[in-house]
Design a protein around this ligand. Structure first.
Ligand code: SF4
Length: 444
């Protein structure tokens, strides 16, 4: 049962020393009760207090990691039901299956196809994060052999999918050093598969056909010594699974119900690429931590990755590009110098229109905390001082021999002060970026 802020306050040192970054012990207690602080932040808490508050300070949802090195992926550690309450932490991991019923060149081609599912979107690299080896062959030896081949041929984190404890044991024994996620343990196989997970130090997926059965199963697996557990609702319609995922999340985050305090995995195996993409999009929108798909069609995978990218951005922190001077084409010391802000959408729109003009130029991107031109100007994040400092910081004067800067038409009002501050001639560009190609061609 979660403790209230006052219950936690009673066992804190009550010195209001502020070492935790909060103004008072009471404020810290309230933050701890809301899972917005960690007891580790209070250096003066006694061991007795730590033991008493272990339950209250534990995260409501376990963080689970699989894979190794740069390819390792993290699931869980979520704290809110709705993104606008704070943010979601662990983007859904998309895995694409590789059947162990194929071999030779066909197997190699399939692995290469999965590895290549990578895209660049609005300046961000997005990709499939995991590869799921599926035990379609029914043979433990074949499953283990294909898992080994996948390990050699793919840098992606691995998921081993089988309901056979023998097959999971054989494959885990071969690829344990790459820390695969084992999927799945059921009520029937829980003892055997939990032992395999524990012996090989791998996280484990618990699978059941209801939320209640899942809670029972995770308790059993935890008692067997496996801490890193992932939940899977199997044998359900999409509607039932979405309802189940939401129920499990609410129980974990709202009620601190530990048996369901784990991330989730959904299997979307079978169906057309379009059907799989549709199901995956629905599951991503309702708390799926991992989605395993059969399709490796880029046209089906890209919308899913794009949706994840959108849902998992911090709503309080717009997507930003690095503030600096960007060179468009073969810009030289007589090329136009444009000004814009570091809101990704703004920058890439301007960049695209500047490229379309075929006029080589520079774009000075100033740090406005990721806000668009008008918002930045209204919030005083874009003013003559900010621009002047950015010009000095990025050595703009050394890049061009002229002293003219083109500013967005929407902030024409700042041209006078900007001229006074920088000594540059300020040219007011078009209000809409779409007019930039014609404007640049006329100016150049
Ligand atoms: Fe209180 Fe501990 Fe925070 Fe100090 S660090 S104010 S003792 S909660």
């Amino acid at each position: 049962m979660a403790l209230t802020g006052l219950q936690i306050f009673k066992v804190l040192p009550k010195t209001n020393c502020k070492k935790c970054g909060k103004p008072t012990c009471l404020a810290f207690a309230m933050a701890l009760a809301q899972k917005k602080a960690s007891l580790d932040e209070c250096p003066d808490a006694t061991d007795e207090t730590r033991a008493m508050l272990a339950e209250a300070s534990a995260p409501p949802m376990q963080k689970v990691k699989f894979g190794t090195g740069d390819s390792a992926v993290e699931l869980g550690a979520e704290t809110v039901m709705y993104r606008h309450e704070e943010k979601f932490y662990s983007p859904t991991v998309i895995a694409v299956s590789v059947s162990d019923a194929i071999s030779g060149d066909e197997l190699k081609a399939r692995i290469d196809t999965v590895n290549a599912l990578q895209f660049d979107r609005v300046g961000t690299h997005i990709q499939v994060n995991a590869i799921a080896v599926v035990n379609d062959s029914g043979s433990a030896d074949t499953f283990a052999s294909v898992a080994e081949t996948v390990k050699q041929a793919s840098p992606l984190a691995m998921i081993l999918v089988s309901e056979s404890a023998d097959a999971l044991g054989a494959a885990a024994g071969k690829v344990a050093d790459s820390v695969p996620l084992l999927a799945c343990a059921t009520a029937e196989t829980a003892d055997a598969v939990a032992k395999i997970a524990k012996d090989n130090k791998c996280p484990l997926v618990a699978a059941a056909d209801s939320v209640d059965a899942l809670a029972e199963l995770t308790e059993k697996i935890k008692a067997a010594g496996v801490e890193d557990i992932v939940l899977c609702l199997k044998g359900m319609s999409l509607k039932e699974e979405m309802y189940g995922l939401t129920t499990a999340r609410a129980a974990a985050l709202k009620k601190s119900f530990r048996p369901l305090g784990y991330p989730t995995l959904s299997l979307v195996l079978g169906g057309t690429p379009e059907e799989q993409a549709g199901k995956a999009l629905s599951l991503v929108s309702k708390y799926a931590g991992v989605v395993v798909l059969d399709t490796a069609e880029a046209y089906a995978i890209l919308p899913v990755l794009t949706t994840i990218m959108n849902i998992y951005t911090d709503p309080q922190k717009p997507v930003q590009v690095e503030p600096k001077v960007y060179k468009i084409g073969e810009a030289g010391d007589d090329s136009p110098m444009l000004l814009t802000t570091n809101f990704s959408l703004t920058y890439y729109t301007v960049e695209s229109d500047a490229e379309a003009s075929r006029v080589p130029c520079y774009i000075l991107v100033v740090d406005t905390e990721g806000t668009s031109v008008l918002t930045a100007y209204s919030g005083d994040k874009l003013n003559e001082k900010v621009v002047s400092e950015a010009m000095k910081k990025f050595g703009v004067e050394d890049m061009v021999k002229h002293r003219k800067m083109i500013i967005p038409g929407y902030v024409a009002v700042m041209s006078g002060k900007l001229e006074e501050e920088t000594g540059w001639e300020i040219l007011v560009g078009p209000r809409e970026s779409s007019m930039l190609p014609k404007y640049l061609q006329d100016v150049a």
